[in-house]
Design a protein around this ligand. Sequence first.
Ligand SMILES: *Cc1c(COP(=O)(O)O)cnc(C)c1O
Length: 233
Amino acid sequence: MVGADPRTLEIAANLSAVRARIAHACAHRPEPTLIVVTKTYPADDLRRLVDLGVHDVGENRDQEAAAKHALVADLPLRWHFIGQLQRNKAASVARYADVVHSLDRPQVVTALGRAAQSAGRRITALVQVNLDPPPAPVDRGGVAPEDAAALADQIASHEWLVVGGVMGVAPPAGGAAEAFARLTAVAAGIRSAHPGADMISAGMSDDLEAAVAAGATHVRVGSAILGSRPPLG
Ligand SMILES: *Cc1c(COP(=O)(O)O)cnc(C)c1O
């Protein structure tokens, strides 16, 4: 990294530390794909990440993601949309997202299915499962575990959507290991009907070890690599 700018050096050091954490957590399991969550960070950081060997980035707000994608559409990246999806954003998201992690209502599946067709882009869609202990807060996204299989079937009925698997976020109060075990169980149910749906997207900066131990195939890590974000305004 001789001659690299200070920001590149900072990201490189954080990335090595996160990759070491993942490798350590894996022991002999296959390594999950690292999705670097770039929300709130500029397009220049995506160029740095590509130079450092990152292939997957995650964004959670359409407006920000679409603008950023336009600046770095030349980069060899897979774009993951991980935020709550509004029906009226589906057309925009379908133009740049390769994978959408946050399908949690029949209406958004329908909207994304139509948008993928209009864009002529085949999109991998994950069922976001709510892992909060009942009563789950209404605004955190995710379908109830018992409703996940039906949503996967609906995704499969759309020609331009591919059922990828499941996504989950650990409850804010803790209990990540138990929550991710429930997610893995839901994933197995979906896989029995859709054998290709082998993605389990789980684990963030603070709980990636628990997710890897539970069998995550994709971890979504932001602040541990790019730095802590200012609180959302
Ligand atoms: C922001 C975000 C992440 C990354 O969180 P960090 O704690 O910064 O690693 C992962 N998943 C989702 C859904 C997010 O919104």
